[in-house]
Design a protein around this ligand. Structure first.
Ligand code: A3P
Length: 295
């Protein structure tokens, strides 16, 4: 019988995958994950935790602006502060308070985060929109420095949904990830995290920015919240990343697009899922999460 990693490669993932602690991982990530678990953590580190494609770039910029107290873009792309990807030396070079982002599950993170009671912001997005966003990235994106010149996924959309549903998606299951983050206070008592939803940010970003600033105990004026919201609109943030920022930490794509900024809307899944696919996902969600699909 094949492992979930082998199944995903068979479905069209063009990256070497392995099973690591029961989770499908890109082979090149295994050592990085070990390093991440013991990364030195500072008392004032702020963690931005997301399942991929949930609006990490957007929220990371907002958090940086809240900490800076003004609507000024960071110099670098968010990948400069990626907890499980950057080396300890690279992360040590960041000024405090660091705003580290991660796609890891709580149990994969350094224990010091819970011991030191770091600030943790968790963003959720409709998983169907995450899937569409991921599918575009994986099936179109060819890294500039990839000699194979192949996208990381060349299978069908239907098989892509299957990988998501059956947990063979590289990096780990959406359901396990979300359940662990939902239940965090059962494992780490009295640990308070700030929960934000992509859909709420799209509807009206200011209250969500205010909520994050209050949680970080860095309240700002309503004028600054408004300025941050505008500076981080999809169009302006895309422009800032593509045209204004230092590109050192941007994973360049061969078509020269900025990649991570695609449509920036809610509900694009309706253009992609057939009724049968959507129902299949809703059923899997209900079974795995013990609740009705909330979107
Ligand atoms: P789409 O592919 O649906 O457009 P992440 O940063 O976690 O990789 O998430 C990327 C997704 O967030 C992409 O979704 C991207 O377009 C969207 N996004 C990035 N910046 C945004 C913004 N300022 N407003 C709304 N969506 C944004």
């Amino acid at each position: 019988m094949s492992t979930p990693a082998e199944k995903a490669m068979k479905a069209g993932v063009n990256v070497e995958l392995v099973m690591d602690d029961g989770i499908v991982q890109a082979a090149f990530m295994v050592d990085k994950l070990k390093d991440a678990k013991v990364l030195p953590i500072r008392d004032d580190d702020i963690l931005l935790c997301t399942y991929p494609k949930s609006g990490t770039h957007w929220t990371w910029e907002i958090l940086n602006m809240i900490v800076a107290g003004k609507a000024e873009y960071t110099k670098h792309w968010q990948n400069s502060a990626w907890l499980e990807y950057r080396t300890e030396e690279e992360l040590e070079a960041l000024a405090s308070p660091r705003i580290l982002h991660t796609h890891l599950r709580p149990k994969q993170l350094p224990d010091a985060i819970w011991q030191k009671k770091c600030k943790v912001v968790h963003v959720r997005r409709n998983p169907k929109d995450c899937m569409v966003s991921s599918f575009h990235q994986a099936s179109k994106q060819v890294w500039k420095d990839n000699p194979a010149a192949k996208p990381s996924y060349s299978g069908t959309w239907d098989d892509f949904i299957d990988m998501f549903v059956d947990g063979s998606f590289p990096g780990g299951s959406y359901f396990d990830h979300t359940r662990e983050w939902n239940n965090i206070s059962e494992v780490h008592e009295d640990f308070e995290i700030c929960r934000v939803h992509y859909e709420d940010m799209k509807k009206d970003c200011v209250p969500e920015i205010r909520k994050m600033a209050d949680y970080l105990r860095r309240p700002l004026s309503e004028k600054i919240y408004q300025e941050i919201s505008e500076a981080c609109s999809f169009k302006k943030l895309k422009h800032a990343n593509e045209k204004l920022k230092d590109q050192t930490y941007h994973f360049q794509w061969q078509d020269d697009s900025s990649g991570y900024f695609r449509k920036g809307i809610t509900g694009d899944w309706k253009n992609w899922f057939t009724v049968a696919q959507s129902e299949r996902f809703d059923k899997a969600y209900e079974e795995r999460m013990n609740e009705k699909f909330p979107y």
